[in-house]
Ligand binder design. Sequence first.
Ligand code: DCM
Length: 131
Amino acid sequence: MSDSVVVAGAVCDGGRLLAARRSAPPELAGRWELPGGKQEPGESGEQALVRELREELGVEAEPRERIPGEWPLKPGLVLRVWTVRLVSGVPSPLEDHDELRWLTPDETDTVDWLDQDRPAVAEAVRRLREA
Ligand code: DCM
């Protein structure tokens, strides 16, 4: 059986990256992540990401490029990440998060990212610096 997939977005706007602080479960609460969630059967990764960002942040978003690679979360579950452009709305922590922060490239190390998100965060920041 193929792995289940968690999709997440490196949401970039105005040269900054959006970081979201998890409110649950207890072992992850307080750590920061790229917002997203589980891809459901019948959805593409991009469709799942658009849905998750709508549910969690209340925004319309457009996945741009997949960041190459995937990162194991636990047996049978992997993380895939896309860069994302905001189409409309202002992100707010509607679900799963209790704080959002827009970070400049120089500020990305000021929050405690989930370990599994760090490679994709580094690549997203590299692209932000180049843009
Ligand atoms: N997850 C992660 N990194 C992200 C998003 C999610 O490691 N950027 C993990 C946390 C959970 C699982 O994926 O173990 C499912 O996420 P959620 O609870 O948000 O659906």
